[in-house]
Design a protein around this ligand. Structure first.
Ligand code: MIG
Length: 652
């Protein structure tokens, strides 16, 4: 059962909830106090866990911790960093009582969960106008699914988006992209898509192509498609101030950009130099900006990633010094963000305006919706420009944006700690609707080594978005950059064997308002022990994954809440054995993947392929002791999806 409670007079209806929800009278579970902020407090019992909060840091269990929803570009985050690229304000309290709570506000909001042993959840925001949804149900899993239902169906990417994606900031011309393709082919490493980062553009101007570097982009896109590979260009939020450029000219002529306190277009520096930000809050601006993608769809592109849309700002017309100070503070004290975010009163986000229902509103009040609105702009117009499903993923988001695109988890680093974070983020992201997601595999910043990349790929092999991405100037981390590629081939081949299952489970989850990634306790409700397990996850209906996440480890300890089938893949074959319930010590070599099939379940395994265009989703065999598998099947690109496209495969 879901009820909503309205406080004050919210500025706007966010795009998060799309189903009608009845209003309740008195908010249960929380005590409310008002001063200059509104605070909601809820006592915690000793054994209560808190799940959710989407992309946020720390574990699957968010207790204890401080989380501040205020979309921030923060490549140096650590475990105690309160704000990342997204705002996902939904959590479930899991204990003797169960309830879910969604704090629907476009403004900054703080979640203190048993912070400093307070023994309570405290949610506070200076914007006292908001809606709170309370969801009651049988258990955390049920509550999460009820929430997924009211926020609407997740974005559905095409099948090729489940293939392996290679990316690196710094690939600059056609030759660089050809090298990636050739290296993959030479080494027999599968590949479905390559990201084009900002260097494909003319001086970082959105919807332009650098003609020197790509003399015939249309021909190149075409040729690449014939090899079964998609090129996926990036689009940044900031539009360069560049008279003569159509995006700039049209934006200025029609007054489509965010304004400053004098009513002029707000100026902020990002990659292209000084830019204006499209005011995505206005429907006509979204439609206009979304239609600008036509420049690229006309060249044959069918996939995009939207970046810098928090929006990220290097410095602005108001804050040159402060921003430089802020940047250097981040550089020298990467752990000090806690303060930096809290002291942002003079920040750029207080210096420009969005137009909300005809009224100028200070950006900081609606900040967390901006990136998601950019995703909506692109998605709604790409629907019109293309006749098939497209790939779209964004860096910044708010709940609701999951209906329009996927997200990646933003800039991370080549750290074992960030691999662990990636694992913990997945269930939370799924609880907030973001099914098509994944991290920069191998780490964006820092020095990735062979071992970390292999272990990370072995986990990413289960995430819908599987992309190796790295920062300009960092050590090369393509799968062919570490000498012998056989181990990498084994992991990437595994991914392609898994795609029939992954795609089918993804589509079923999206169409039935379900999660793909679940904490063990969502499935094994009566097993006390699984409640604190954070390095094993349930993926789909049939399997449990147990990634290796320690440096130098030759294997790991796993816990089985029931007897299962252990599956081991080493690049040659799948080997299965029945294993007992309880603890197990397993060896996992660098080229191997070990996972478990739940009791009475099975999964389809497909053939290896160089890319998804070679895959036949029907050509599968089953592993596990389940009697049947319900496979979702379609052509991988049509829009007319429906939950009935299921075939039953019998297990012999
Ligand atoms: O300030 O486009 O998160 O994936 O490679 C950095 C360059 C801008 C940030 C993105 C990252 C991308 C990079 N971008």
């Amino acid at each position: 059962m879901i009820k909503k409670y309205i406080f004050g007079k919210p500025l706007l209806k966010t795009y998060a909830v799309i189903e009608e929800v009845k209003a309740g009278e008195k908010l249960p579970y929380f005590q409310i106090t008002h001063d200059h902020k509104i605070r909601f407090t809820c006592p915690l019992e000793e054994k209560d866990l808190v799940f959710g909060l989407g992309e946020n840091t720390r574990g699957i269990n968010k207790r204890p911790g401080l989380y501040i929803s205020y979309n921030s570009d923060n490549p140096h985050h650590r475990d105690n960093t309160p704000s990342l690229y997204a705002s996902h304000n939904f959590f479930v309290l899991d204990g003797r009582r169960h309830f879910g709570a969604f704090f629907d506000t476009p403004s900054k909001i703080k979640f203190e969960i048993d912070r400093n042993n307070s023994g309570e959840i405290k949610v506070s925001t200076a914007n006292q106008n908001l809606e709170v949804y309370i969801i009651e149900g049988d258990d955390s899993y049920d509550i999460s699914r009820q929430f997924l239902k009211i926020i609407g169906q997740s974005f559905l990417p095409p099948l090729w988006a489940f293939g392996f994606g290679q990316s690196r900031w710094g690939y600059k011309d056609q030759k660089d992209f050809e090298t990636v393709m050739e290296k993959h082919r030479e080494n027999d490493l599968p590949l479905d898509w390559i990201c084009m980062d900002i260097d494909y553009m003319d001086r970082f101007i959105d919807f332009t192509i650098n003609k020197q570097r790509f003399p015939d982009m249309q021909g190149f896109v075409d040729k690449t498609r014939k090899r079964g590979i998609h090129l996926v260009p990036i689009i940044d939020a900031g539009v360069k101030i560049e008279p003569g450029d159509p995006t700039y000219d049209e934006g200025v002529k029609n007054g489509y950009f965010c304004t400053n306190k004098d009513g002029k277009f707000f100026k902020a520096a990002v990659w292209p130099g000084m830019t204006h930000f499209p005011d995505f809050f206005r429907p006509e601006v979204r439609q206009w900006f979304g239609q600008r993608y036509k420049v690229l769809t006309d060249l044959g592109f069918e996939g995009f990633w939207n970046d810098m849309n928090e929006p990220s700002i290097f410095y602005s017309e108001y804050n040159k010094l402060r921003s430089l100070w802020h940047l250097s503070l981040n550089f020298y004290f990467p752990h000090s963000q806690d303060k930096a975010v809290d002291n942002d009163k003079k920040h750029d986000y207080h210096c420009f305006f969005n137009e909300v229902n005809g009224q100028k509103v200070k950006h900081h009040l609606v900040h967390n919706l901006y990136g998601g609105y950019m995703t909506m702009a692109a998605s709604e117009e790409l629907q019109k420009l293309l006749d098939r499903r497209f790939l779209l993923f964004s860096r910044s988001s708010y709940i609701g944006a999951h209906r329009y695109g996927g997200i990646w988890t933003g800039d991370n680093e080549s750290l074992w700690e960030h691999l662990k974070l990636n694992i913990c983020q997945m269930p939370g992201l799924n609880m907030c609707g973001f099914l098509y997601s994944g991290a920069d595999t191998g780490g964006f910043g820092g020095k990735c080594d062979r071992e970390l990349l292999l272990r990370w790929l072995a986990f990413s092999a289960f995430t819908p978005l599987m992309r190796n991405h790295a920062e300009k100037g960092s050590r090369r981390q393509e799968c062919y950059s570490f000498g012998d590629t056989a181990d990498f081939k084994s992991i990437l081949d595994f991914r392609y064997h898994l795609i029939p299952y992954l795609y089918s489970e993804f589509m079923k989850a999206a169409l039935n308002h379900d999660l793909l990634f679940k904490p063990l306790s969502f499935v094994f409700k009566d097993d006390e022990r699984v409640r604190t397990i954070e390095d094993q996850l349930i993926v789909g209906d049939s399997i449990m994954v147990t990634p290796v996440i320690e440096k130098g480890a030759t294997g790991r300890k796993v816990y089985l809440p029931q007897p299962m089938t252990e599956v081991r893949y080493d690049g040659k074959e799948f080997r299965c054995q029945k294993v007992e319930k309880g603890e197990r010590e397993i060896k996992v070599a660098l080229n191997e993947i070990v996972f478990y099939i739940l009791k009475d379940k099975c999964l389809p395994i497909g053939k290896a392929a160089r890319n998804t265009s070679e895959l036949d989703l029907k050509d599968v065999y089953l592993l596990g002791d389940g009697k049947t598998y319900q496979q979702y099947l379609d052509d991988g690109y049509s829009r007319n999806v429906c939950p009935e496209k299921i075939r039953t495969i019998n297990n012999k």
